[in-house]
Write a protein that binds this ligand. Sequence first.
Ligand code: PGA
Length: 251
Amino acid sequence: MTERQILVAANWKMNGTLETIRPLLQSVIQGVQGITTEVAICPPSIYIPELAVQLNGSDISLGAQNVSHLEAGAYTGEISASMLKDFGCQYVIVGHSERRALYAENDALVARKFIAVQAKGMTPILCVGELLQERESNNTEEVIARQLDAVIELAGIEAFKNAVVAYEPVWAIGTGKTATPEQAQEVHEFIRLRLARHDNETADNVRVLYGGSVKADNAEQLFKMADIDGGLIGGASLVAEDFLTICKAMR
Ligand code: PGA
């Protein structure tokens, strides 16, 4: 089996002010020194230039939470992949469930964002996950398959050579209801199997993160599972001590 390096990515969502993010960032930069886990931070886009400066010289990667699928033009309020690239972003989250639910992003649009990110040499973090009623009606695999297939259809399995997948059950996001390590592992394995229908090696190498109420006290149990390669962390990434404990949770 391939050794996949753990990735812990912070998704700050729409939180913080310069006054709060500066000390948070300094604590994280100092706290992650010397660890083998890869750490990334995805701040609100307006703070990307600030983080680009602060993270310079650290091992922490910079990411964005969203991007336009279009290159340039009359699209008021949007931010392009080239702009994110300009400020040194390495990762861009696409298809977060909040974008899907609150901003009506569908699978086809998410796939186009995925391609736009890769076209500029950055790595998409593709979020997939089922709603509570979808899990309860035993449709989890069907939903995840549909979300993955939309990207495979447009970008090809090749595209997953430079991508990260994040499994985020919608019922676990910001609710304090984490999926059990076994529940998460089951879906992570399914994600790999779905990709393996097209290419085994790609399926084996792609990093699949878990997201949804990952906290300082459950990260290690989750990251121990065979197919879980780290986490996408919302709430707990806003508290330096909690986030650092998660970053240090080993396999
Ligand atoms: P949470 O968010 O850790 O606050 O549940 C995770 C996410 O939405 O990426």
